[in-house]
Design a protein around this ligand. Structure first.
Ligand code: NI
Length: 193
């Protein structure tokens, strides 16, 4: 089932998400729904708070970046298998010189801005069977994880922008929170007082 994605301004996007335990009710269905929702919106990653669940869970699928339109491997061919579920993830190391990359977010439709992040991370997480992993990621894969991991701490990519840039975006962000967007997927807005 495709779920509505919480738009900028929803308080759940600013909350620190909680760890979950094996047997978490409805988890299998939630993960399946999140993949369906992400594909419907043509996203590369989706965090549980974006569909209203304040739990430490996100999914990614960057495999479309591994092939070009004709099905030939791209320079990102290593992303072929980068379809994963991350449960209770924590970045335990981050290193290297920060590099800018234009990010977007399904909760903030129509805005893309360069964000500086470090290129290498080590992530502790559990997979969908709650098996423990500690794994290193770099480049685009690390970038996607850093963005989704931020969602679990109530942080949006716009929070990383320089203050002036954020101020210039304020009007657009307010419009999104009020439902003024031409996004092609289902969003849920929170009425602002
Ligand atoms: Ni996002």
């Amino acid at each position: 089932m495709v779920l509505p994605i919480r738009a900028y301004g929803d308080p759940v996007l600013k909350k620190v998400a909680k760890d979950i335990e094996p047997g978490h009710p409805g988890l299998k269905q939630l993960i399946a729904d999140m993949f369906e929702t992400m594909y419907e919106a043509s996203g590369v990653g989706l965090a549980a708070p974006q569909v209203g669940h304040s739990i430490r869970l996100f999914i990614v699928d960057a495999s479309p970046f591994a092939e070009d339109d004709e099905g030939k491997p791209t320079e990102d061919a290593h992303l072929k298998d980068f379809k994963k579920v991350f449960i209770n993830p924590y970045i335990v190391e981050e290193e290297g010189e920060a590099w800018p990359f234009e990010e977007g977010c399904l909760s903030i439709p129509g805005i893309r801005e360069p964000v500086e992040r470090q290129p290498r991370i080590v992530l502790q997480y559990q997979d969908e069977r709650f098996k423990e992993h500690e794994e290193a990621f770099e480049g685009f894969a690390a970038r996607v994880i850093q963005h989704e991991h931020d969602h679990l701490d109530g942080v949006l990519f716009t929070d990383h922008l320089p203050p002036l840039r954020r101020r210039l975006l304020q009007g657009k962000l307010r419009d999104i929170s009020r439902g003024k967007t031409d996004a092609k997927y289902k969003l849920r807005f929170t009425p602002v007082k």
